[in-house]
Design a protein around this ligand. Structure first.
Ligand SMILES: [Mn+2]
Length: 493
């Protein structure tokens, strides 16, 4: 104890004196993650261009209650570019620099804070994790930005910053940041305030938004990311199977949730990717139900939407199943439509196809199925959206609803879900404007809504588009009626 405290102090003293010299190529780093991080940054820099200084911030700590914080969640973009899961971290990319194209700023060692919160990365450890050779103290961040925008070199060789400084002289420099989309009436975000402060004090640059560049990169998973995502979804798949085994009449929703989340932790997925949705009976029709407090009854369907975050990557899986192990006739009616819709969505998921092809394929099946059951009265159009209220696809990755570029056709390396759903909430009819057409519709469908009421079914799998086709990452979770009933009764699919 005593020894380690001294050691930390020693490092702190050492750091403050040598930070400016920075750590150069002598520091060892290696590993497939570090290679991948380097490649991600290289691609980002290629797109940012030589006249750019790009800045990426870590996420702030967030308060859970009074002086207790939530477990730390790193900003996805910073994690994507650095692999560093620590607060008070900044990444600077200066693609025009001679050698110091990547500069990482990390917080200083602090023995007292580390006694409470744990070890902070040393510069050498930050280099080992990120593959970034130049590491400075976060306390130097302001000074470094000021120096750069004043054309004052700070570390590096004589010509280190020439490209950026020349760009400032020619008023062609760019400061790239990630702008949050905001309404004009909202107060400016911290990023926008930062940009304003720079504009007030310095000249020769425009502030640009790096979001499209990072989004485009994140949309195509690297081979390394694909492997981590496979592992992540495998853990979540095992979790769903454990949840299915735990569901039974008389048990509470939270008992199923506990089984699911235990599998995450047992396998090193240190948190959920999003709060688990475990909704039985009428709760299955609430899209983001998260109370998990109901006692499940014989005859209920249980809708479980859950996935863990493993090494920063999150899949997204939903299964809906009868807690007594057998679908009844009405549940089957709805389930079969949703399943057929998902199958149609899978068939539409081809490289080169527009993303909207997935939605259209699902919609067609959902519309026809609901019309056939009599839950809608129009065989065309969007009337069926009263029971199928959400989009069927989104990207997955560092965020469960991951970023991407709108309008880009499907391509290998893209990871996404297909998640059609039908939710028969009688209240949905109450929300309709009181027109004669709606009154006629309500009169016609009311008996059927009464019959199917409170049935909510969503089926969601995680996919990766590969050069050879669509890979269903969550294929090990029972999905057809036969597979689910087999798993729940016999423990085999
Ligand atoms: Mn989803």
């Amino acid at each position: 104890m005593h020894f380690s405290l001294l050691r930390v102090r020693g490092i702190a003293a050492l750091c403050s004196s040598v930070f400016l010299l920075s750590l150069t190529a002598t520091t060892a780093w290696a590993g497939p993650l570090q290679d991948d991080l380097k490649a991600r940054r290289a691609k980002a820099m290629e797109r940012l261009g030589a006249e750019t200084l790009a800045i990426f911030w870590s996420a702030p700590a967030r308060v859970f209650s009074t002086d207790v914080d939530y477990e730390y969640r790193q900003d996805s973009n910073l994690l994507y570019l650095t692999g560093i899961d620590q607060e008070e971290t900044f990444l600077l990319l200066m693609p025009g620099n001679e050698t110091r194209k990547e500069i990482l700023f990390i917080r200083d060692a602090d023995a007292r804070r580390e006694h409470w919160e744990g070890h902070s990365l040393t510069p050498a450890e930050a280099t080992a994790q990120s593959g970034i050779q130049t590491v400075m103290s976060s306390a130097q961040f302001d000074g470094f930005i000021s120096a750069m925008l004043s054309k004052r070199p700070m570390g590096g060789g004589a010509a280190e910053y020439t490209k950026f400084f020349d760009a400032l002289t020619d008023s062609k420099a760019r400061i790239a940041v990630l702008m949050e989309p905001q309404s004009l009436s909202a107060p400016p975000s911290s990023t926008a305030q930062f940009a304003s402060r720079l504009r007030e004090r310095f000249f020769g640059f425009n502030v640009t938004d790096a979001t499209p560049i990072v989004n485009e990169l994140r949309q195509i998973k690297t081979a390394y990311e694909a492997d981590v995502l496979r592992k992540s979804v495998k853990i979540s798949s095992d979790a769903h199977k454990a949840g299915m085994r735990a569901a039974a009449p008389g048990k509470y929703e939270y008992e199923v949730e506990a089984e699911i989340e235990a599998v995450y932790l047992r396998n090193g997925a240190m948190s959920w990717g999003y709060p688990s949705i475990v909704g039985s009976g009428p709760n299955a029709t609430i899209l983001h139900y998260n109370r998990s407090s109901r006692r499940m009854e014989n005859g209920d369907l249980l809708l479980v939407d859950a996935a863990g975050n493993y090494q920063g990557l999150t899949g997204d899986i939903t299964r809906t199943y009868p807690i007594n192990g057998t679908f009844n006739r009405l549940q089957r009616d709805i389930y079969e439509i949703v399943y057929a819709a998902q199958q149609a969505g899978e068939k539409a998921s081809k490289a080169g196809a527009p993303v909207s092809a997935i939605q259209n394929a699902c919609d067609e099946v959902l519309r026809a199925g609901l019309f056939k059951l009599g839950l809608v009265t129009e065989p065309t159009g969007t009337q069926f959206k009263i029971w199928s209220t959400h989009g069927v696809s989104h990207w997955i990755g560092h965020d469960v609803h991951d970023v991407g570029v709108r309008g880009k056709p499907l391509a290998p390396g893209m990871a996404f879900v297909i998640e059609p759903g039908i939710y028969i909430r009688p209240q949905a009819l109450d929300n309709l404007p009181l027109t004669p057409a709606n009154a006629a519709f309500i009169a016609k469908v009311k008996p059927l809504v009464e019959k199917y009421k409170d049935i909510g079914v969503r089926i969601e799998d995680s996919y990766l588009l590969t050069p050879t086709g669509l890979e269903r990452l969550s294929a090990s979770v029972p999905r057809t009626i036969e597979e689910i009933e087999g798993w729940m009764k016999r423990g085999t699919m």
